[in-house]
Write a protein that binds this ligand. Structure first.
Ligand SMILES: Nc1ncnc2c1ncn2[C@@H]1O[C@H](COP(=O)(O)OP(=O)(O)OP(=O)(O)O)[C@@H](O)[C@H]1O
Ligand SMILES: [Mg+2]
Length: 357
């Protein structure tokens, strides 16, 4: 395959892609378009349907309905062509623990039709690419750390020089150093070989750092799509964080501020208010809180993060690093956020109304 050939289709398109498991609709009419050569972040909480989409796009699972093209081939009817154009590193890996990384890479290359000598060359090159050459000489795969295993997954997915690379949560469970190493590798592959990368993640930072475009999936449906910047702007340009020291104070404040701050979230002892221009809103917020006799412990004005987008769209925090949730009680005011799915309510008319001295 010729690299950097613009005539080669490296894109992904899904149209009304659906997958039912019995009565559960795990993927609910998902539309996606990924440009060739892009890094696409597919973000969503546990059970949202990310892996199921990946499995359909990689021909591991048949769609219940809908269509998808990967590198120009139909996943339903051209499975063989799709598989020869893609590399896949799935979330659940079954590596043979008694083999070495080199043996696994050679085996994989032979399965894709390489000759013995060629398979060894490929293995050698990829061990260097993912920085496992030194480790490989000393350890069997069963003795690898999580980060080493994920790097090996990546190498295995690259054996046949794919046009499109699918990575299902490539860094989940890794420490920050291993995570950065994978990010660096993915970026380099994308840049140097123009590989399209479709990457699922629960980490907002990962999507923010790596992806040109992001889609957020929740309960099988796409709830947002755009560049990281566009998505952050959906929640407003600035966020006022108000800390109250305890959750009941935050709850009360959220109620008090309803008219001033139609876009707000309660998260633990904090109320987050989304605003077009925070400076215009802050005096009115503080006055209202003060008048009610509530003690404000802290106030910050920050830029919105993808977590704000995520929280607003799904009512939950994304995983932000550690395992499991962060234990916050999240409350999204349903009257204010549901049904207003244009996402840009922090219009000046509303906020200005509240700051008149
Ligand atoms: N083979 C299956 N049989 C039945 N239900 C399934 C199967 N695979 C997935 N599901 C269900 O489909 C839904 C979506 O699962 P999926 O694995 O796609 O989520 P995910 O977004 O990848 O989650 P995670 O972040 O935990 O990997 C879940 O409710 C899951 O329990
Ligand atoms: Mg998954």
């Amino acid at each position: 395959m010729t690299l950097h050939d613009s005539k080669i289709d490296r894109g992904i398109t899904a149209t009304a892609l659906r997958r039912d498991f019995g009565s559960l609709r795990a993927v609910d009419d998902v539309d996606l378009r990924v440009e060739g050569g892009a890094v696409f972040g597919f973000l969503g909480p546990n059970g949202a349907g990310k892996s199921t989409v990946v499995k359909m796009l990689t021909t591991i699972l048949q769609p219940t309905a809908g269509q998808a093209l990967v590198a120009g081939y139909d996943v339903r009817h051209q499975g063989h062509e799709v598989r020869s154009a893609i590399g896949v590193a799935l979330q659940e890996v079954g590596l043979d623990t008694l083999m070495t990384a080199r043996e696994l890479l050679v085996l994989q290359a032979r399965l894709f039709g390489a000759s013995g000598a060629e398979a060894h060359r490929i293995a050698e090159r990829l061990l260097v690419t993912v920085d496992l050459a030194d480790v490989e000489a000393k350890k069997r795969v069963g003795e690898y750390s999580g980060g080493m295993k994920r790097r090996l997954d990546l190498a295995l997915a690259l054996v046949h020089d794919p046009l499109v690379l699918f990575l299902d949560e490539p860094t989940t469970g890794l420490d920050p150093v291993s995570r950065s190493a994978i990010w660096e590798e993915v970026r380099r592959l994308n840049r140097e070989r123009d590989i399209t990368v479709f990457l699922t993640t629960q980490y907002l930072e990962e999507a923010d750092r790596l992806a040109d475009r992001i889609a957020i999936i929740d309960r099988g449906r796409i709830v947002a799509e755009g560049t990281p910047r566009e998505l952050k702007r959906q929640v407003g340009d600035e966020v006022v964080e108000l800390q109250f020291g305890d959750a009941s104070g935050a709850e009360r404040a959220a109620g008090l501020l309803a008219d001033l701050a139609p876009q707000r979230q309660v998260s633990g002892d904090e109320v987050r208010v989304y605003a077009a221009v925070a400076a215009e809103l802050v005096p009115a917020l503080v006055r209202r809180i003060d008048d009610a006799g509530l003690a404000l412990r802290g106030l910050n004005v920050v830029q919105p993060t993808l977590d704000d987008v995520f929280l607003r769209l799904t009512g939950r925090h994304a995983e932000t690093g550690g395992d499991g949730g962060d234990g916050d009680s999240i409350e999204v005011d349903p009257a204010r956020t549901d049904g207003e799915d244009d996402g840009i309510e922090a219009d000046s008319a509303r906020t200005d109304g509240g700051v008149r001295p």
